[in-house]
Design a protein. Sequence first.
Length: 440
Amino acid sequence: MAKSQEISVAQATAVSLGAIIGAGIFVLSGTVLSLDGAYSFLSFIYMGFVSLVMAFELGELTSLFPETKGSSYSFAYEAFGSQMGFVTGVLMYFSYATSISAIALGFGSYLVRLIGFGNPVSFAILLIAALTVVNMVGVKKAAETDFYLVAVKVAVLVIFIAFALFISTRIPNIYSHFEVPKDPINGFFQSSGAIIFAYSGFQSVATIASDVKGGGKGAAKAIVYSVVISMVLYIAVALSMVIMAPTDSYAISADPLSVALSFARAPQFMMLVVDLGALLATTSATLATILTSSRTLYQMGADGLLPRITAKYDQKRDVASTGVLISSMIGVITLFAGNVYVIVAISNFGLLFSYLMTTLAVIHFRRKGMVASFRTPLYPYLTIATFGALLTVFFGMPKEALIIGVITTLVLIMAYSLIREAKREVPEKVRLFERRNGKA
């Protein structure tokens, strides 16, 4: 890529923050508070720590394979071969493609609240269509657009936090807002599932590592920076929301910051500022998620694991054109799956699976002695702890999502095996355990 077309570390960080902040703070923060009450802050810290370690791991793998565009899929493919790569890639792709709708639905909900009429789903479809065009223009333009959008929405969040601190001294018995849930353990696991989705946008940088100044090491820095910044903002905004309204006043809605301001009887200008900030946030998050999912689909096609049409790539504009179109179509279709929590639950299985494979890939390449320019600290202790923490998140997922995820995984394994064996004249037979001294 020409130097003029390279993306700076700051722009790459903005791409990641664009995906993280819109999905988390502006859309899912109310859901988390409604599920786990005052204990939700523990969930934010817990998942923030897990996401930070995942950022280190993803940074290490990105610095090893900066030319790949498939993020966790590419790392599973490089570490464990085609079958695990295929399963990880498809699950991860649909995770991101379906999350487009969750974020766009947040945009529609805030816009309806702002203008007072319309259908959130209709506005979400219009947003996806518009951002499909932006992504088709090219990754450089998309990154530049995200940089300015992120700067504005971070400023809006700072204003929101400042307003909460300003009114905190005027709220009688403010400690009563921090209500304890009836089932804190179950609430903790359920809210953790929503939060891990909220942090998920940092994978977007791994798909554009080859375009970032400094290559894989520059991309790794952007990934870590974005997770640290978002974790601080998440906790501060969640605290501000509880200052404004008791935790039981939040429901599973796509516009929780507006709910907080309404309960606190905030002045109209504050409502306007936050609603506009939310529109920008969900716009940039949708933009980044379309970019991430399209490049994952392209990489799978380029590796020969999907039909050749998915590997169509515009080198001049640096765009996975077919991937952008397919991802946007899936995003629109998923809008009709139900409320935002249902969509997130569907998306989370593939996301968690890809994280588990990322952790295993780090262990695999370390055992092979491969040295990356960016390395996960305190290996293997943090890596093992994170693997266990990711497994706990599955406990908070709805049973329906787990069943769908497990069945999908089995179907993918069967499909891969059938397609592969159909191309062979003789079935592949591999001995997993060798005989000893001529005996089984």
